[in-house]
Design a protein around this ligand. Structure first.
Ligand code: HEM
Length: 273
């Protein structure tokens, strides 16, 4: 017990200067500034992770190879890293929801929504840790996804309706629309995969689930949404740093090529299994 207390005290000593640094920055630039930087960083982390995720899943075409990979990823360190992914996922999803509320629905009580982002993010993190530790939940995939996809469809439809009259570019609108679609789909996907270890790691369980036509449609929606949203996100970050219009066009071409390669990998996997 005494050991645990001293570990907490030591961690506190290390975390304290970091907390103070962010508080100072927030008092100068404001919390929304910090929130948008964190959104950018977590967006890039998610793009990198989704690239690895699609590559790992592609080996499902050869289940023996996939199971061998999963054995390595089953080590405690990787399971912990997989859990840590909850932080960028839930932060980016909820803060993205806040940005959509602000920009599209013109809901301007931003400080209050930021508090909700923190509270709901903590609740989700706790729930995911609970399910990962219990590891014994079971729910029918079509049942889970019918409700989730219907809710995501409603959120997307409301956003589309609201954006119809906006004069913004169609590409920008699609980024917000794909964000609205992913708002529920991505956290739900992560939760579902961790209800028990087999859900996201056992090739036979995944292949059986992906054989269902409805699940294929859900997966196609996720791949298309994530590739467009992440690709446009990277493009808009690039716009902030690249000044030459030639370099901008080059970046766009490279991003489209990479997105097409991943789209092909995802499509092949979903159709062939
Ligand atoms: C989970 C649901 C998600 C929601 C609600 C969401 C929402 C948003 C919104 C509204 C923006 C625009 C922010 C701005 O311009 O200020 C954005 C940017 C971005 N998103 Fe997402 N997103 C989600 C998931 C993802 C995923 C899965 C990825 C990775 C593929 C991703 C990658 C990015 C990137 C790279 C940016 C650009 C960040 C920037 O411009 O600072 N997002 N997201």
């Amino acid at each position: 017990m005494a050991d645990a207390v001293s570990v907490v005290k030591r961690m506190n000593l290390k975390v304290q200067p970091l907390v103070e640094f962010f508080e100072r920055l927030a008092s100068i630039r404001g919390w929304p500034f910090l929130a948008s930087w964190a959104h950018r960083v977590t967006g890039v982390v998610l793009v990198v992770y989704i690239g690895f995720h699609i590559i790992t899943l592609s080996s499902l075409i050869d289940p023996v190879k996939f199971d061998a990979k999963m054995k390595i990823l089953g080590f405690v360190l990787f399971v912990f890293l997989e859990f840590l992914l909850v932080l960028p996922v839930i932060y980016h999803a909820l803060n993205g929801g806040r940005v959509i509320l602000y920009e599209v629905f013109e809901y301007r009580r931003d400080q209050m929504v930021l508090l909700w982002v923190v509270a709901l993010g903590a609740l989700y993190t706790f729930l995911l840790a609970f399910f990962m530790i219990a590891g014994n939940q079971s729910v029918s995939a079509p049942f889970f996804w019918v409700y989730t996809a219907a809710a995501a469809g409603c959120v997307t439809y409301i956003t589309v309706k609201k954006l119809r009259a906006s004069g913004a570019s169609v590409f920008w609108k699609f980024q917000r629309i794909s964000g609205a679609f992913l708002f529920l789909m991505v956290p739900a996907h992560m939760l579902f995969m961790h209800l028990n270890p087999a859900m996201g790691h056992d090739s036979q369980v995944i292949i059986a689930r992906m054989g269902n036509l409805f699940i294929k449609i859900v997966d196609l929606g996720l791949v298309a949404g994530v590739l467009y949203h992440g690709g446009y996100g990277l493009y808009s970050i690039g716009q902030d740093y690249i000044t030459s219009s030639r370099a901008k066009t080059g970046m766009l071409a490279v991003l489209i090529c990479i997105a097409l390669v991943f789209a092909w990998k995802g499509l092949k996997l979903i159709v062939l299994i």
